[in-house]
Structure formats: structure tokens, C-alpha cells
Design a protein around this ligand. Structure first.
Ligand code: RTP
Ligand code: MG
Length: 137
């Protein structure tokens, strides 16, 4: 079993898609071991996306992630990191495959509905950024 870190981003939450995304998560066989609704500050979003600090879209990305409530989750499954990235689809919703979450709920490359860790090291960092050990059951 592996754990990954996932976010229902502010665009999808504001549009009322959180329930549908969560239903899909259960349907695909993930166990939700942690879940909370947060409203990130700009500084918290910058800390989370620290690896992207040199990218041209960093300001836009952290403004967006601190623009409204989101839902952060710890998901468990066999091969959870890849499994969740497959379910999300490509970063750009226009390029994401039919049936993926970003294709269905994303509206642009920036506002793409969901986040997922991309490797075991980033999953470990991201899970610990938002959850204490005692919160993951
Ligand atoms: P994420 O980290 O959110 O799961 O997305 P990802 O791995 O598919 O994409 P990544 O390259 O890590 O980019 C992180 C987030 O930054 C926004 N982005 N905007 N305007 C742009 O060109 C651009 N490129 C990326 C997206 O919200 C992306 O999910
Ligand atoms: Mg990424």
C-alpha cells in the first residue's frame, strides 16, 4: 500500500464539484485516510509549491491556490501516486484524456481542479505539510 497527497483545488471546490470528485475517489478504490477543508494563505500556498518558485506561473498559481477553500486529502491504494495522477489526467485539461478529473472539471492549465504528488519524496513532503501522523487513520 502507498499513500499520496491530493487537493481538490479552489476552482473545483467553488464550482461545487468536491462531492463528485470524492465519489470518484472511492469508486476507483482509494481509501481516504485523511481529509480536511482549508483556506490557504498566500504564504502557505507558496510554501507548498516551493519547488515551483522559479517558474513564471508561480505568482499566478499561489494566488489561485489561496483564492478560496480547498480540500486536502491523504489517499491510500496500491500504487497510489501513479493511480491518482492517472485519474487526474494531464495538467492541461484540454489535453487530459476522456474520463479523467481534469478533463471533466478543469477549465484551464492553471485552474485544473486537482493536485497530486508526483513521486514518493514529494508525497512524503506534501503529506507532512498538511497532516500530522495522528490525523492519518
Ligand atoms: P499538480 O502539481 O498541481 O498536481 O500539477 P502537475 O504536476 O500536473 O503540474 P506542475 O507542473 O507540477 O504544475 C503545478 C501547477 O501549476 C499550474 N500551472 N500553471 N500557467 C501555466 O503554464 C501553468 N503550468 C502549470 C497548474 O495548476 C499545475 O497543476
Ligand atoms: Mg506537480
Amino acid at each position: 500500500m502507498e499513500r499520496t497527497f491530493a487537493i481538490i483545488k479552489p476552482d473545483a471546490f467553488a464550482a461545487g464539484h468536491a462531492g463528485k470528485i470524492l465519489a470518484r475517489i472511492y469508486q476507483e478504490g482509494f481509501k481516504v485516510v485523511g481529509l480536511k477543508k482549508l483556506y490557504l494563505s498566500k504564504v502557505e500556498a507558496e510554501g507548498f509549491y516551493y519547488v515551483h518558485r522559479e517558474r513564471p506561473f508561480f505568482g499566478e498559481l499561489t494566488d489561485f491556490m489561496s483564492s478560496g477553500p480547498c480540500v486536502v486529502m491523504a489517499l491510500e491504494a496500491d500504487n497510489a501516486i501513479m493511480k491518482w495522477r492517472d485519474l487526474m489526467g494531464a495538467t492541461d485539461p484540454a489535453k487530459a484524456a476522456e474520463g479523467t478529473l481534469r478533463r471533466e472539471f478543469g477549465t484551464s492549465i492553471g485552474e485544473n481542479a486537482t493536485h497530486g504528488s508526483d513521486a514518493p519524496e514529494t508525497a512524503a513532503f506534501e503529506l507532512s505539510y498538511f497532516f500530522a501522523g495522528l490525523e492519518l487513520l
